[in-house]
Design a protein around this ligand. Structure first.
Ligand code: PLP
Length: 393
């Protein structure tokens, strides 16, 4: 198999699996246990928290382990927005039209709960404009949530600039707006430092960077107003109840540590492969065009619109040749609607429905890229011929 769907999930790293195995076996204790096997589990969770904090430039007490990106994002949006409203700060939230459904649907839920939400758009390249974001601020705004790297087209948003806008607003208006970023697609491709980004909360999902599925991280800056959503025991510093997923937490730390090492080299190598893939496909398939920009973006993402097809047909044809790619975002694969991200970018609908995402990974090779460059025009011709045939009959 040639796996070019790393934005959907990534293969678990060997060292991650190794580190997790003891906690799936003899080291099975509950970290709350006072006896040896419980203390062993607690020590592993503590170590993992220190490691994750160090990778993000955060304090260990600011790291909350969760069940993944979706939980982290929901917790950040609802937990902060509710706390701010309860404190009487207001009930307006700003987010963007290009968030992952985890963020979009959490924002829609806030609307149903009485919040007013502004969805800032993006330009043709898939970037949120700083001036449009600033214009959305109001005296009752309590929270802004803007993703760091888009999962469909890979564009990196100017989070540090947006944070500066909020700091300036707080100085001028004496009104603080908190900032959350969905950084799920960023680890391994760009450095992540919570202070350089200037955010109050950040969400990660471990399986996107070589870790296990069902594990994630929520960074919550110290003293950020927060209303606890998952109630129960006192785990995760009273911010997220439930017995810790010890193997997942251990795997998350090892994976994030590995992803945070050697970023410039990895990014340069994968960007060169991405460019080779893009240039090869564009040269061989007239009418194909790149969605989004190829500069201010994560280096592993290539989203291409193919005219006159439905992307699902091409994805299935490539699958039959052992190539895994995605028609839009993995999470919207069960629906046939065009991608909300491509729509927000102003991509015409006939091109949006024919768009395929190739997302490269650490393990992608030049030989694999060349095989895909050969396969795409052949399969595209077959798909086009089949759809012309069915249209004629
Ligand atoms: C940008 C982004 N945010 C959030 C998520 C949700 O992560 P998970 O499905 O691991 O909860 C994803 C997963 O595709 C994503 O790409």
């Amino acid at each position: 198999m040639i796996y070019l769907d790393n934005a959907a999930t990534s293969p678990i790293r060997a060292e991650v699996r190794e580190a997790m195995l003891p906690f799936l076996g003899s080291a099975f204790g509950n970290p709350s246990g006072l006896y040896a096997v419980g203390r062993e589990a607690q020590a592993a969770v503590d170590d993992a928290r220190n490691t994750v904090a160090a990778c993000l430039g955060a304090r260990p007490s600011e790291i909350i382990f969760t069940s993944g990106g979706t939980e982290s994002i929901n917790t950040a949006l609802q937990g902060i927005a509710y706390a701010m409203r309860r404190a009487g700060a207001g009930a307006h939230v700003i987010t963007t039209a290009i968030e992952h459904h985890a963020g979009l649907h959490a924002a829609q839920f806030l609307e149903e709960s009485g919040f007013d939400v502004t969805y800032v758009g993006c330009d043709h390249s898939g970037h949120v404009r700083v001036d449009a974001f600033a214009a959305a601020l109001r005296p009752d705004t309590v929270l802004a949530s803007v993703m760091l790297a888009n999962n469909e087209v890979g564009t990196v948003q100017p989070i540090a600039e947006l944070a500066a806008v909020l700091r300036d607003y707080a100085r001028r208006q004496q009104h603080r707006v908190l900032l959350h970023t969905d950084a799920v697609q960023a680890p391994g491709w760009m450095p992540l430092d919570v202070n350089a980004l200037g955010i109050d909360a950040l969400s990660l999902s471990s399986h996107k960077f070589g870790g296990p599925k069902g594990s994630g991280v929520l960074y919550l800056r110290r003293a950020t107003p927060f209303h606890q959503l998952l109630l129960g025991g006192g785990q995760e510093m009273q911010k997220r109840a439930g017995t810790e997923n010890v193997p997942g937490i251990v795997g998350t730390a090892v994976a994030l540590s590995a992803a945070s090492t050697g970023i410039p080299e990895r990014a340069a190598r994968v960007r060169a492969l991405r460019d080779r893939l893009r240039d090869g496909i564009l040269a061989a398939t007239p009418g194909a065009a790149v969605n989004g920009c190829q500069e201010a973006c994560v280096p592993n993402n290539l989203n291409i619109a193919f005219d006159g097809i439905e992307s699902e047909s091409l994805v299935l044809a490539l699958d039959a040749r052992g190539i895994a790619a995605s028609s839009g975002s993995a999470c919207s694969n069960s629906t046939w609607e065009p991608s909300h991200v491509l729509m927000a970018m102003g991509v015409p609908i006939r091109r949006a429905v024919g768009s395929v995402r190739f997302s490269l990974g650490d393990a992608t090779t030049e030989a694999e890229v060349d095989a895909v460059v050969r396969a795409v025009p052949e399969e595209l011709a077959r798909v086009r011929a089949a759809s012309a045939h069915s249209a004629a009959s």
